[in-house]
Write a protein that binds this ligand. Structure first.
Ligand SMILES: [Zn+2]
Length: 84
């Protein structure tokens, strides 16, 4: 199953699982956030520092620098896309 399909199912308001209890609701939100981080996002504010391409994690919102040797943000786990 593709990640985007799983997110669609988890976020479907017609699902009788959602809102059944606060714990289930919280679990759906946590699952959607974790799956969402598996979809690569481009690093923001890309720039050269000490001859290395770095940027800011798009999920940590500019609070965390990442380097182009990293496939995932080491702070939040966001999958990174360094393609041009
Ligand atoms: Zn991050």
């Amino acid at each position: 199953m593709e990640i985007i399909k799983a997110i669609d199912i988890l976020s479907d308001p017609e699902s009788d699982m959602i809102y059944a209890t606060k714990e289930i609701d919280d679990s759906h939100i946590m699952g959607m956030e974790a799956l969402g981080k598996q979809i690569p996002k481009k690093a923001l504010n890309q720039r050269i520092k000490n001859e290395e391409l770095i940027g800011s994690c798009p999920t940590c919102k500019l609070l965390w620098d990442v380097g182009n040797w990293e496939r995932y943000c080491s702070n939040c786990g966001q999958k990174l896309d360094w393609s041009k």
